[in-house]
Design a protein around this ligand. Structure first.
Ligand code: ZN
Length: 289
């Protein structure tokens, strides 16, 4: 656990899954990435899904950042991505660290609505394939309006990453809190939002900060520590050149503010403090997240 301002923060691994290694590293050849990754015989690499859990000192504000793959997977689909979702991981973390339950979750920051980030927003209400119910019944869900529009009208390229049943319950719901514009304000002291567009439009990346610390949730701009290498950009990205310039912007922030990074998909570490060798960033110290 780390403490930044009013928030105690942990990174909870809510499961693992596998995606094609070539797709995860774009133009980078396998000969360069295979030594760094756990690759299976289908060429898929091991990834985690992580949720950042931030709880205020008085426990009145309980914020989750992203919710993982969720529970609405049939056997065939789960096998395609080797999805192993730990559906009680967040409950256990809330109980163990704070004596809280999922009903106490006040807010979810949904960076974006790809299934591996926010399939966990909703569960099947009764029958698989029927209606859904919110997995965190008392939580507001914060999302950028531009991304909400995109999720409902995706490109041919990223259509497969959006599953309507993950977020249909938000349509017309008072739980949905859309932020707007190029520098949207976050509703909590000690939190800012950054925007990232390269992976998917209007990805909403929270930054937790106080006078001496800053923690950036990198979202799918830098999904794992391996992606700290600037050209290692996912083939999934709608605009890879934007992702590259956004990585440089994040690194600039690391240098200026001594910011640390929290990664959504790294199965080896929740986050790290960076250092630079010949201008190339690397994890100098793993964060105790
Ligand atoms: Zn994504």
């Amino acid at each position: 656990m780390i403490t930044i301002g009013e928030f105690d923060i942990i990174s909870v691994q809510t499961g693992t899954f596998r995606l094609d290694g070539g797709a995860m590293f774009g133009v980078v050849p396998k000969v360069l990435w295979k030594g760094h990754e756990d690759v299976d015989d289908e060429n898929r690499i091991l990834l985690a899904t992580r949720t950042l859990v931030a709880v205020s000192k008085d426990r009145s504000t309980v914020v989750l950042v992203d919710t993982g793959n969720g529970t609405k997977w049939d056997e065939k689909q789960a096998a395609r991505f080797a999805i192993a979702h730990d559906e009680t991981a967040i409950d256990r973390a809330l109980a163990e660290h704070w004596g809280l339950q999922r009903d106490n979750v006040t807010d979810v920051i949904a960076t974006h609505l790809h299934f591996d980030h926010n399939g966990g927003l909703a569960d099947w209400a009764d029958e698989p394939g029927g209606g859904t119910r919110p997995a965190f019944p008392n939580a507001k869900v914060w999302l950028h309006a531009g991304h909400w529009h995109h999720a409902n009208t995706p490109t041919e390229k990223d259509r497969g990453s959006f599953l309507r049943h993950d977020f249909a319950f938000l349509d017309g719901s008072s739980a949905l809190q859309l932020v707007e514009g190029d520098s949207p304000a976050a509703p909590w002291d000690g939190v800012r939002f950054m925007l990232s567009h390269g992976h998917t439009p209007y990805q909403l990346l929270p930054v937790f900060f106080d006078d001496s610390h800053e923690l950036i949730w990198t979202g799918d701009a830098i999904p794992t520590a391996s992606h700290l290498r600037v050209p290692w950009v996912m083939a999934y990205d709608n605009e890879p050149l934007k992702t590259i310039s956004e990585k440089y912007a994040i690194f600039e922030r690391v240098r200026q503010n001594d910011a640390c990074l929290a990664f959504p998909h790294d199965h080896r570490l929740g986050g790290g403090e960076l250092d630079f060798a010949k201008n190339k960033p690397f994890v100098a110290r793993t964060l105790d997240l």
